[in-house]
Write a new protein. Structure first.
Length: 252
């Protein structure tokens, strides 16, 4: 694997227990990054940590956290900074949505979607940024979502808010050597997708909607994330870069 100049850096990765977050944590560790892996499920984080060490990576710090709790971001930031000494790279990968009905959804359902997918991302990011400014170096990578909703839901507006927040933040912190970018995943294979859909329905969807003709793997997105996290990507900031096999239809 290409040396991206990340050896000795530190990173906090949320949503690291499975899927994209897990793949990014492993890819960073393979580059010599000391990672704090954060999620709600301790047993999955323990397994991830063991896999990283077995592959020759630095032993990760494990942070069990529920980011839906009001003090979750503040407590996680403090735990990561205390355990790592400093946080060079922040990967906001925690998030998710529900496929329920939204047309007549109560306000608390909308609020939860916005809180989990935007508000807590904002809070955690702004709790980490001062440390990055102090060290005049940082990388913030948001695993967001597409801005082309197939139907109305609470997640899409929250993910679009992440894009706007990240763009504004990128202009504020660039002078401190900090970059801020967002990666909206397309159809990336996960336990949830495999649980909810048959192989045949996945195949038909991919043939109809995805020019590459297949769903992606978490590792394929992780490659972009570690590139954006590296010193080599110092002039890439304020961008939204899709990893979706060509699925989104915007020309920009």
């Amino acid at each position: 694997m290409m040396d991206l100049g990340l050896d000795g850096k530190t990173a906090l990765v949320t949503g690291a227990s499975a899927g994209i977050g897990r793949a990014i944590a492993k890819a960073l560790a393979a580059q010599g990054v000391k990672v704090c892996v954060a999620a709600r499920r301790r047993e999955l984080l323990d397994t991830l940590a063991a896999e990283i060490v077995a592959a020759g990576g630095p032993k990760p710090q494990i942070a069990v956290v529920d980011l839906l709790k009001d003090d979750g971001p503040k407590n996680l930031a403090a735990e990561a900074l205390n355990g790592l000494g400093q946080v060079n790279i922040l990967v906001n990968s925690a998030g998710g949505g529900d496929g329920g009905k939204w047309l007549d959804a109560p306000d608390d359902q909308w609020l939860e979607a916005m809180t989990f997918n935007f508000t807590q991302v904002r809070r955690l990011t702004l709790a980490i940024v001062p440390d990055m400014i102090k060290h005049q170096w940082g990388r913030i990578i948001n695993i967001s979502g597409k801005a082309e909703p197939d139907h109305m839901n609470g997640t899409t507006p929250a993910k679009v808010a992440v894009h706007g927040f990240a763009k504004g933040l990128s202009r504020e912190v660039a002078k401190h050597g900090i970059t801020v970018n967002s990666i909206p995943p397309g159809q990336i294979m996960s336990e949830q997708i495999r649980r909810k859909h048959t192989e045949e329905s996945i195949k038909k969807f991919a043939e109809r909607e995805i020019p590459m003709g297949r769903f992606g793997e978490p590792e394929e997105l992780a490659y972009l994330a570690i590139c954006l996290a590296s010193p080599l990507a110092r002039y890439i900031t304020g961008n939204v870069i899709h990893v979706d096999g060509g699925q989104h239809r915007f020309a920009f």
